[in-house]
Design a protein around this ligand. Sequence first.
Ligand code: AMP
Ligand code: ZN
Length: 463
Amino acid sequence: MLAVTNTLTRAKEPVRPHTPGRVAMYSCGPTVYRYAHVGNLRTFLLADLVRRALEVGGVEVRQVQNITDVGHMTNERFDRGEDRMLVSARLEDKSPAEIAEYYTRAFLEDAAALNLQRAAEYPRASDYVPQMQELVARLLERGHAYEVDGNLYFAVESFPGYGRLSGNTLDRLRAGHRHDEPDPRKRHHADFALWKAAGPGRLVRWPSPWGDGYPGWHIECSAMSLATLGEHIDVHTGGEDNVFPHHEDEIAQSESVVGHRVVTTWVHGRHLLTGDRKMAKSAGNFTSLRELGERGRSPLAARLLFLQARYRTPLNFTWEALEGAERTLDRLRSRVAAWAGSAGTPGQEPGATGYQERFWAAVDDDLDTPRALAVLAELEGDETVAPAARLASAQAFDRFLGLDLAAQVGQRLPAGAEGLIAERERARAARDFAAADRLRDRLATLGVEVTDTRAGTTWRLRR
Ligand code: AMP
Ligand code: ZN
């Protein structure tokens, strides 16, 4: 059974769904005004791993991932034009809806390239504005919200559990905010906007009982999660920056409306960094999956790179590490293809059973992916286990890893290539590296790329 670290309790806990055998999972999705960066994708991968680990264990998972196409997007740089200019330069002056559509598609393509399983639903915030208004109305009715000039705020003092998730309880927040200029419209400085009045230049706006406006970012996720998954959500995922205020506020809103706990397990991934700083759209230090492709790197090399670190540790993104992951991926695939090529009849293989047990134990232990990969590497090097058994294990592991490890199985080398590879291995053994290089070039003209690893020379067909 999968156990994960629950941000709410700060403990490692098994995922026990409210309805046995069926997990309802909500994953905070992308803001679609530009390409997702690989940091965002690391967080989305976390959701995919939780889901795959549960599914391999026989649990049915209904995953919903929202698309943030209003509010959050428009209240940042968007309205002021900076990003808009950047974006429209590329998109030939599209409307906000068209921009959102364009980047939603791009996100879905990136997700597919990374082998993230498709969610059951991708609700778009712009389709749920009536549900958001309904929640705001109920919060008003119950005394959890108040209105000031068309702006609605959540009154944090009305929710006793505020701060439980992040540790930012009101007494602590008060201490931290002592020197800040208080917003005169708010009753408490930690109160947050549920609905905002639209200014004159505001492109995206909706009529509401409180005048034209647009939703706050947090109410979007409360509305979409309650509408698509109901009042009991087993797992909710996001990046560490979502803990506060986004998820803290989501809890306050949702629980004030339904009157009980909604989310059981909160799972947050640590950030992807570049040069020890958070990779961020606003910091401009980000890399998209497209840029990876332009540099000749494959999306699944990024997936492997992320798997090499556990989700709970920050990870520095470097091109060198990515290149290393690409080499490892090539090696694994050609090994799997070799096992398939020499596999006898797959029969009972006691040799591989121990590896399988250890692999899944690592996965279930709070997604310890580095340990799981180490088990695979050990199996790779264990010549006492028959190829058929190694193949079967690698394929089973790949249901979780999602690395297309069998990508080269059944792929044939073009005529003559096998002989050249053998010749090159002999040249290398004789330390005639000039000859080996010439042979590499000849193989390249046949569309075959060779890589030398400790386990021998591997090959792949050029994409
Ligand atoms: P956004 O598109 O900005 O709304 O972010 C989408 C998701 O990516 C959120 O769940 C964030 O927590 C997550 N995220 C943002 N930056 C990073 C990062 N550098 N590393 C990992 N996750 C991130
Ligand atoms: Zn969210």
